[in-house]
Ligand binder design. Structure first.
Ligand code: URA
Length: 436
């Protein structure tokens, strides 16, 4: 049998490891036999040499088995979750869970926090007074069973190897590797006890994957490996050049997500959420076709059932359920400053990356995992791509803790709006659907 160092050397030299080799490496790491610097060397070797699908499946399974797989056998039906690779203004999960659960598909969701220019679902949910995302696994399973959906953060039991390996990747320049990303995402998602998964792989300047080719490569690898791991998986490639919807910032985004449950949200955000919900209902066996799924989704919203599920989920997770009918109970920033168009013309683009960074600098995001976020601050877009504006017309509202916070960012935020002499070409939000 090869030593652990020989396994690292084999990967360094571009040889394919067996599933048993990969399992040994991950076990040795979580058991303390393989040091951080050795795992870092392995990760760099995998980054540079790549990994076959068989190796990626083995890595996913080894990381998954480093912790608990939630037992949701007591929950009836096909359990379906969604994962987004992250964007600016992406609050789809918060409306998807109650909508899909109201259509009869249980949704156990383990989400993340914001980092860098992108926001995180957990930070947005915690803007709801009292809402807890740190529930233990038995309570999580119980809420999925009783309410139909529950949204928590990664617990110590869920894929602990991923948590430690991701921390190493973050500081060893090994994050941007398709097989490592695939194993990281899927190990956490498969640990939720799901049967099926819908992936929203964002593409564009506000996304992790900037080019369509890279996004397609990641999405196809996620679908392929997830399918080999025995799950039903589809992916949508969706555009993330401009922020999604009109709000960026925790409480502001939660308010917009709740608005969607009452049928009053911006078109692009509704389109993205519905496209993902359609996929979830199809994988969950509730709808045989897109139009049938859309009908169920529209009924869940118009009947008020989606909003009721949200109220029940918020209450079950310790939050104030009155927020669902009265979003003014969400935290509000003391200062609201209006930004105005510097010239007349068409809004040809809104740079999502820049807007995300500015929202972060206002306090809505973090640059280090241990920083706190300010739930109240953020940006509300008052003009969207394709709108025609006059010089001096309002284009955004900045919600800030202090007006001085806005003064330093105003120019940068206005510059994120590209205003030109002609209407931009309309481009579809959902670019491609990828299935096994
Ligand atoms: N998100 C994850 O969960 N893991 C990665 O490796 C990259 C993005």
């Amino acid at each position: 049998m090869s030593s652990l160092v020989e396994l690292i050397a084999a990967k360094r030299d571009g040889r394919e490891l067996t599933p048993a080799d990969i399992q040994r490496l991950v076990r040795a790491y979580t058991g303390g036999e393989l040091a951080d610097y050795q795992m870092s060397a392995f990760l760099m070797a995998a980054f540079l040499r790549g990994m076959s699908d068989a190796e990626t499946v083995a890595l996913t399974e080894a990381m998954l088995r480093s912790g608990t797989v939630v037992d949701l056998s007591s929950v009836e039906g096909v359990k379906v979750d969604k994962h987004s690779t992250g964007g600016v203004g992406d609050k789809c999960s918060i409306s998807l869970v109650p909508i899909v659960a109201a259509c009869g598909v249980p949704v156990p969701m383990v989400s993340g926090r914001g980092l860098g220019h992108t926001g995180g679902t957990l930070d947005k949910l915690e803007a709801i007074p009292g809402f807890h995302v740190d529930l233990d696994i038995p309570r999580f399973a119980q809420i999925v069973r009783d309410v139909g959906g529950c949204m928590i953060g990664q617990t110590a039991e869920i894929a602990p190897a991923d948590k430690r390996m991701y921390a190493l990747r973050d500081v060893t320049a090994t994050v941007e590797s398709v097989p490592l990303i695939v194993a990281s995402i899927l190990s956490k998602k498969l640990a939720e006890g799901i049967d099926a998964l819908v992936l929203d792989v964002k593409v564009g300047q506000g996304a992790f994957m900037k080019s369509l080719d890279d996004a397609r490569r990641l999405a196809t690898a996620l679908v392929r490996v997830g399918t080999r791991a025995g799950k039903r998986v589809t992916a949508l490639l969706t555009r993330m050049d401009a922020p999604l919807g009109r709000t960026i910032g925790n409480a502001l985004e939660t308010r917009e997500a709740i608005d969607m449950l009452f049928g009053r949200a911006p078109d692009d955000y509704v389109e993205c959420t519905k496209a993902l919900a359609v996929e979830m209902l199809r994988l969950g066996g509730r709808a045989a076709s897109g139009p049938q799924a859309e009908k169920l989704i529209d009924e869940a919203i118009s009947s008020g059932r989606a909003a009721q599920v949200m109220e029940r989920m918020v209450a079950a997770q310790g939050g104030d359920p009155r927020v669902v009918r009265d979003t003014s109970l969400l935290p509000q920033a003391p200062e609201v400053v209006t930004l105005r168009a510097p010239q007349a013309g068409w809004i040809q683009g809104i740079n999502a990356f820049e807007i995300g960074i500015c929202a972060g600098l206002l306090g809505a995001g973090r640059t280090r995992a241990d920083q706190a976020v300010d739930p109240a601050v953020g940006i509300v877009l008052q003009a969207q791509v394709g709108d025609r504006v006059q010089a001096g017309a309002p284009i955004a509202q900045v919600h800030a803790r202090r007006s001085a916070d806005v003064a330093g960012l105003q120019e940068r935020m206005v510059a994120a709006f590209r205003i030109g002499p002609s209407a931009p070409e309309a481009r579809p939000l959902v670019i491609e659907r990828i299935e096994a």
